[in-house]
Design a protein around this ligand. Structure first.
Ligand SMILES: [Zn+2]
Length: 153
C-alpha cells in the first residue's frame, strides 16, 4: 500500500470512503457540494475544509460527505488531510537522536538535585474500594443525625 498517510488514518479514510459510495453529490460550484446521505446530509466546502456534520473540521480528515465530493471531483482526498496524519510527520516526530546516558557514576547531577530528599506523601490511603456516594447514603446519614429530611435535600 503506497500512501502518504499513517496506517490508522488510511484505514479510517478507506472505511469512510466505502460508506460514502452510495451518497448522492450535488455540486453547487467548484468547491461547495450538497451531499445527500439519507440521514443528516452534509454541506461540504473543500476550500475551507468544512462540512455541516463537523467531522471534517474536528478530525482534520475528510468526512464521508467530503470524500464523496472528492470522488465526484476526482481529486485526491490526501490533499484535504492534515499533515499530522502523514507518515513523514510521524517519522519526523520520532526522528531525533536519543543517546544512552551511560553508567550512573559518570552522571553530572547538580548539587541541589543530588541532595534533595523526596519523602512519601503523609497519611495513608485507606484500603479497599472507596465508598459509593449516592442518594441512599445521604438519607441514612441524615437519619442517624436525628433529623427527618427528604431524599432530595
Ligand atoms: Zn460531513
Amino acid at each position: 500500500m503506497n500512501t502518504p498517510m499513517t496506517k490508522w488514518a488510511e484505514k479510517k479514510l478507506r472505511r469512510r470512503s466505502n460508506k460514502s459510495r452510495c451518497y448522492r453529490v450535488h455540486p453547487i460550484n467548484l468547491y461547495e457540494h450538497q451531499v445527500v446521505d439519507g440521514y443528516l446530509n452534509g454541506f461540504v466546502n473543500l476550500i475551507e475544509k468544512t462540512c455541516t456534520c463537523r467531522k471534517f473540521q474536528l478530525d482534520q480528515l475528510p468526512c464521508r460527505h467530503a470524500l464523496a465530493a472528492c470522488n465526484l471531483r476526482r481529486s485526491s482526498c490526501y490533499d484535504y488531510c492534515s499533515h499530522y496524519y502523514h507518515k513523514e510527520t510521524l517519522a519526523t516526530a520520532y526522528g531525533s537522536s536519543i543517546y544512552p546516558v551511560g553508567p550512573i557514576e559518570e552522571w553530572d547531577v547538580p548539587d541541589d538535585v543530588q541532595y534533595r530528599v523526596v519523602l512519601p506523601p503523609k497519611g495513608r490511603k485507606p484500603r479497599g474500594r472507596p465508598a459509593k456516594k449516592n442518594a441512599n447514603h445521604l438519607v441514612v446519614k441524615k437519619l442517624y443525625n436525628g433529623s427527618v429530611v427528604d431524599a432530595e435535600d
